[in-house]
Ligand binder design. Structure first.
Ligand SMILES: Cc1cc2nc3c(=O)[nH]c(=O)nc-3n(C[C@H](O)[C@H](O)[C@H](O)COP(=O)(O)OP(=O)(O)OC[C@H]3O[C@@H](n4cnc5c(N)ncnc54)[C@H](O)[C@@H]3O)c2cc1C
Length: 335
């Protein structure tokens, strides 16, 4: 959802964003890739060439070689309507309840995020709100004029009292890609953790609101993203990306200025994730999970697809040359 994110790692880990409900994950739109393997071969992977490698590249991360070229399927994006609806923090639980209620009825053309953050000093945010904790909904609806995307966004807005900030309106795809850059600060220190959630109940909402209130840095942010749509229509074993049936992606993003002890920020992120584990689908999104918690979290991120990934790893990188990543251990090594 941020224009500056590298497309290589994004694709190899899956790739979620504004269009996944409509057009699938980034990896679902990968047509082929060229891969330099650990033994120096340059291979082409597609549905018909090295299909096992192609399966693994779509979610398995940088475990199988250096991808030197990606070919994608493209989709024409027509009119889009959306933006940010910002609410004072006393509305936070209601905002997440509205997000959860909407999630169950949302059409595929509606991309929907919810966020708990501290309002940044951006020009469209009233001065009185800047620096204050806030809750936000980010609905973006795609479609032609006949689809009336503005009506879908109006239905989102109608579930809550009038927002303190409302930037919704017609947007180009380029504007959509740029408008979420505000909360990410280049040069800051970051620590991500994440979990796929099957549902968002009252306990989870209460836990997330309470965590946001205790955030150790005003730059930290909790983001929920509605999944489903085209992503969920691909079978879980069709690509290495596993958690296609999860209802939400929870991204807990600790971010702080580079000073002082990083430990409290990481601890806050993990405590927040643990507080909602009753709703977990089983693991976290590999592109958002902590890299320092080791094998168990990586295995959980792949769930039942891990065994097949380990077999493909053994076929293409038996010595685990590519190991400075969310590492998949070659099957032969664990036999
Ligand atoms: C601000 C921000 C916003 C983000 N938003 C999203 C989002 O909306 N949706 C989403 O899905 N993810 C998002 N991410 C996560 C993002 O997908 C990962 O950080 C991804 O790894 C970035 O890709 P990169 O090419 O920059 O990877 P890098 O950081 O350069 O590399 C990460 C790893 O990817 C692998 N890799 C990268 N390039 C190659 C290659 N050519 N061949 C083989 N392996 C390779 C390697 O294992 C490498 O260690 C975001 C990250 C940030 C920092």
């Amino acid at each position: 959802m941020v224009g500056s994110t590298g497309i290589a790692g994004l694709t190899l880990g899956g790739g979620i964003g504004w269009l996944d409900r409509l057009a699938g994950l980034t990896c679902d739109n990968l047509a082929s890739a060229e891969v330099a393997t650990a033994d120096g071969r340059l291979l082409r992977a597609s549905e018909t060439e090295h299909p096992d490698l192609f399966w693994a590249l779509r979610g398995g991360g940088g475990n199988f070689g250096v991808v030197t070229s990606f070919s994608y399927l493209l989709h024409r994006v027509t009119q889009a309507y959306g933006g940010l609806l910002g609410y004072t923090f006393d509305q936070a639980a209601k905002v997440l309840e509205a997000y959860a209620a909407l999630s169950d009825q949302a059409p595929d053309r509606l991309a929907l995020y919810a966020a708990l953050a501290t309002a940044p000093p951006l020009p469209f945010i009233p001065r009185g709100l800047q620096g204050q904790p806030v809750a936000a909904l980010l609905p973006v609806c795609f479609g032609t004029a006949d689809d009336h995307p503005e009506r879908t966004v109006a239905a989102v807005r109608s579930l809550l009292p009038p927002p303190a900030v409302d930037t919704t309106g017609p947007m180009s795809y380029h504007q959509i890609q740029r408008f979420s850059e505000g909360p990410t600060m280049p040069g800051a220190h970051h620590y991500y953790t994440a979990e796929w959630l099957d549902f968002l109940d009252g306990t989870a909402i209460e836990s997330l609101v309470s965590a946001a209130a205790r955030a150790t840095s005003p730059l930290s942010i909790i983001v929920l993203k509605r999944m489903g749509g085209a992503t969920a229509r691909v079978p879980a074993e069709a690509t290495a990306f596993r958690y296609r049936q999860a209802a939400h992606n929870l991204d807990i993003h600790a971010q702080w200025v580079p000073a002082g002890d990083p430990a409290p920020h990481g601890a806050w992120a993990h405590d927040t994730r643990r507080a909602v584990r009753h709703a977990s689908a089983g693991g976290g999104y590999v592109n958002f999970i902590d890299g320092d918690l080791g094998d168990e979290r990586v295995r959980a991120a792949y769930g039942a697809n891990y065994g097949r990934l380990a077999e493909v790893k053994a076929a293409y990188d038996p010595d685990n040359f590519f190991r400075f990543n969310h590492n998949i251990v070659p099957a032969a090594a664990v036999r």
